[in-house]
Design a protein around this ligand. Structure first.
Ligand SMILES: NC(=O)c1ccc[n+]([C@@H]2O[C@H](COP(=O)([O-])OP(=O)(O)OC[C@H]3O[C@@H](n4cnc5c(N)ncnc54)[C@H](OP(=O)(O)O)[C@@H]3O)[C@@H](O)[C@H]2O)c1
Length: 192
């Protein structure tokens, strides 16, 4: 049976993945900060060597962009060194790794939708730390998938849709809800 390690399993995407992975077909190893700190290189390698996953999905992250600006060292430790630690395990076990990254690796100045061949130019600590994570993953194993997503939403997470719903609930006696858009997400689907 395929063994999938979801690191950051209690987060928004980690929980959503658990909802869709069929336990009859896939053995899931779930970890989060309380049991395995992704920045602890020895512990991560130890966990990987004992459990030998076939696939690692890195759903960990410091995703609060303001928090990243306030504490860049912590952001880099989790978003970059955490990804490095997981890719060391992937290389040792011959596992595939899925690295959840972000469109914040780009500066957003292009008039066209970005492709994977465009140069990166992150403007924030979050974006720079995630790009550093991508680079580690690429350096340590060629068996990788890097997903540069944005505006993911789902049940119970801190996301745009839930924020709009909460705000709408609070201001429901006003006829109009003003939303400031400093991002223009362009959802795309690639098929190879
Ligand atoms: N949501 C989006 O729109 C979006 C867009 C693009 C990319 N991504 C990427 O997708 C990934 C998951 O996003 P998400 O929205 O699911 O984030 P999330 O809800 O914040 O989940 C992140 C999880 O990582 C855990 N974590 C933090 N530091 C850790 C550490 N040192 N060791 C182990 N686990 C740790 C968090 O635990 P605590 O809660 O206890 O801190 C949390 O459970 C992130 O890498 C993010 O950069 C997300």
């Amino acid at each position: 049976m395929l063994k999938v390690w979801i690191a950051g399993a209690n987060g928004q995407i980690g929980r959503a993945l658990n909802d869709v992975l069929d336990p009859m077909q896939i053995e899931t190893l779930n970890t989060d900060l309380d049991e395995l700190d992704i920045t602890d290189t020895d512990e991560v390698i130890n966990f990987g060597s004992i459990n030998r996953p076939d696939v690692i999905i890195n759903c960990t992250g410091i995703t609060d962009t303001d928090e990243c600006e306030k504490n860049p060292e912590h952001a880099y430790r989790v978003n970059a060194l955490g990804a490095r630690n997981l890719s060391i395990v992937a290389r040792k076990c011959g596992a595939k790794i899925v690295q959840l990254s972000t469109d914040d690796v780009f500066d957003g100045k292009s008039k066209k939708p970005y492709t994977e061949f465009d140069d990166t130019n992150p403007l924030t600590v979050y974006g720079r730390s995630k790009r550093a994570g991508e680079n580690y993953v690429k350096e340590f194993t060629h068996k990788h998938f890097i997903i540069r997503s944005n505006w993911v939403y789902g049940k119970g997470g801190h996301n745009f849709v839930n924020r709009v719903l909460e705000t709408a609930e609070k201001v429901r006696h006003f006829p109009l809800l003003l939303i400031s858009l400093d991002h223009r997400p362009v959802p795309r689907i690639w098929q190879e």
